[in-house]
Write a protein that binds this ligand. Structure first.
Ligand SMILES: *Cc1c(COP(=O)(O)O)cnc(C)c1O
Length: 346
């Protein structure tokens, strides 16, 4: 039986052409700064994001956590959205690495406003933490791949500038936002001090994230990365995959978005589930299980897995499907058939 793996856009496997780029990569010891392919990737990402410098990381978590360390002192407070990756999925990283308090705020579709930030900035006072950093996420994973409205993010940026806060953008899927909106990524990246992008999500590379920012901050991050154990040697073989992904796999993200919308629209009207196609802005579909649905998320996923369709639980009665470059429109139709078999047709 064919498996249709919609668990995440991280499950993609490097294509033959990407493997060829890996095989042919020029390499050197990157701890000495000698790897030409890593340097090329870092320069390319810095340029694409409109930043002075960039640094390659083995994972998005290490990239985000390094940014937090670079921007804060122990005891500082970080404002972030309550469902964001840094708060939800990074194993208490902010408490362990940067040793900061995090103040999670309820967002709208994953987005915080400038006013929401302004209200929570603490006064300079011996009793209080120093509010130092705001983290935003675009697209927002747990909100279902929602795109941060540029004007909303500009509100955050303006407040941060005025009040002396730094802004870190977790742009793991920022290219999905740019492709979906048909605008350059710099619309968002210009509104943040540092930006993390993931090469290993919809872009289809096997490994890697890149952190971009001003030259001084990124130089600091190089030291922090080494301390975290992230100094890598002939890592051009991974950077080559990243370069390939940036050159070949951005424009095609539109196909993933069309497939996500196809899935969402196909699920509308099936008994027991609720999906919102207009809210499916990028490659993530959230499927809410209504009260009448006889299964919870874990049960539904187990039954669908028997039919070859793999999803993840995203809450007791929410499942998530993610489209990516190893899933076709025909696969989505097969997945929809499995849903109809399991849920009934209405
Ligand atoms: C995947 C992801 C990350 C980083 O994850 P890694 O698995 O460590 O690469 C960070 N932020 C968001 C929003 C993500 O989706």
């Amino acid at each position: 039986m064919k498996k249709i793996d919609l668990r995440s856009d991280t499950v993609t496997k490097p294509s033959p052409a990407m493997r060829e780029a890996i095989a042919n990569a020029a390499v050197g010891d990157d701890v000495f700064g000698d790897d030409p392919t890593v340097n090329a990737l870092q320069e390319k990402v810095a340029e694409m994001l409109g930043k002075q410098a960039a640094l390659f990381f083995p994972s998005g978590v290490m990239s985000n956590q390094t940014a937090l360390l670079a921007h804060t002192q122990p005891g500082d407070e970080i404002l972030l959205e309550a469902d964001c990756h840094i708060f939800y999925y990074e194993s208490s990283g902010p408490a362990v690495h940067a040793q900061c308090m995090v103040r999670p705020l309820e967002g709208v579709c994953g987005a915080l406003t400038g006013e929401a930030i302004a209200r929570r900035i603490r006064p300079k006072d011996i009793h209080q933490a120093r509010t130092r950093l705001v983290c935003v996420e675009n697209t927002h994973n747990r909100a279902g791949g929602r795109i941060y409205p540029v004007e909303t993010m500009r509100g955050v940026w303006n407040v941060a500038r005025e009040r002396g806060l730094k802004v870190h953008l977790d742009g793991a899927r920022i290219f999905n936002a740019a492709v979906a909106k048909g605008v350059p990524v710099t619309q968002w990246t210009a509104l943040a001090d540092t930006v993390n992008i993931c090469l290993s999500k919809g872009l289809g590379a096997p490994v890697g994230s890149v952190l971009a920012g001003d030259a001084k901050t990124i130089e600091r991050c190089r030291t922090i990365r080494k301390r975290m154990g992230g100094g890598m040697r002939q890592v051009g073989i991974l950077a080559a995959a990243g370069l390939y992904a940036l050159e070949h796999n951005i424009v095609r993200l539109a196909e993933d978005h069309a497939n996500a919308r196809r899935l969402a629209e196909g699920l509308v009207g099936l008994p027991g589930v609720h999906v919102d196609p207009p809210a499916t802005e990028t490659n993530i579909v959230l499927i809410h299980l209504e009260e009448e649905c006889p299964f919870n998320a874990v049960e539904l996923n187990a039954i669908l897995a028997e039919q070859g369709v793999l999803l993840v639980e995203f809450g007791e009665r929410i499942v998530r499907a993610v489209t990516h470059l190893d899933v076709s429109a025909a696969d989505i139709d097969l997945a929809l058939e499995a849903f109809r078999r399991v849920l009934g047709k209405n």
